[in-house]
Ligand binder design. Sequence first.
Ligand SMILES: [Zn+2]
Length: 208
Amino acid sequence: MATTLIRNAQAIVTVDREDRVLRGENILVQDNVIRYIGPEERPADRVIDASHCFVYPGLVNTHHHLYQTFTRNLPKVQKMELFPWLRTLYEIWRGLDEDCIYYSSLVGLGELLKYGCTTCMDHHYVFPRVGSEHFIDQQFRAADLLGVRFHATRGSMSRGKSDGGLPPDDLVQDVDTIGTARDWWRNSTIHPGFPCTRWPWLPARPSA
Ligand SMILES: [Zn+2]
């Protein structure tokens, strides 16, 4: 049983019912479970000196679009309003593949972890007609690697440019395909791998 002692924390922000902030105390973790918080410095396999650290519960991100991580700093779109911004970026996003999804998830989730966020809900709704069947699997793969608690939501778009919508036609899906995906998701609520969890259905409706 691996144990870790977070020793002599400058502050432990408990977020308990009394909203206590403890100073100079210790946290003992055993197999990823907190077993003790208090003044005793209990023996452990690994000791982290937290005398210059604030320790607090993991933050929760409630809505992300991880795939956008790789297109967020393009100068061309920085001052655009939403719809032109979307139209421009859809031209790039129509080239999304599994690697893009995996690595953008890895980068986005890694950034969240770096700043104390341990749970993320991602809303993915851009599914090119070809090659996007396993996009969500790639997100779970990235979350698994990092140990982030991950909630995927599966959106979709049904109205392409030729139909008065914003995205190119090859980024939208017909209603039957969306319905099949929705039914499949409804019947697949729990991902077997730790620490990923439920897959709700969340429609996306950007329209002109
Ligand atoms: Zn969204």
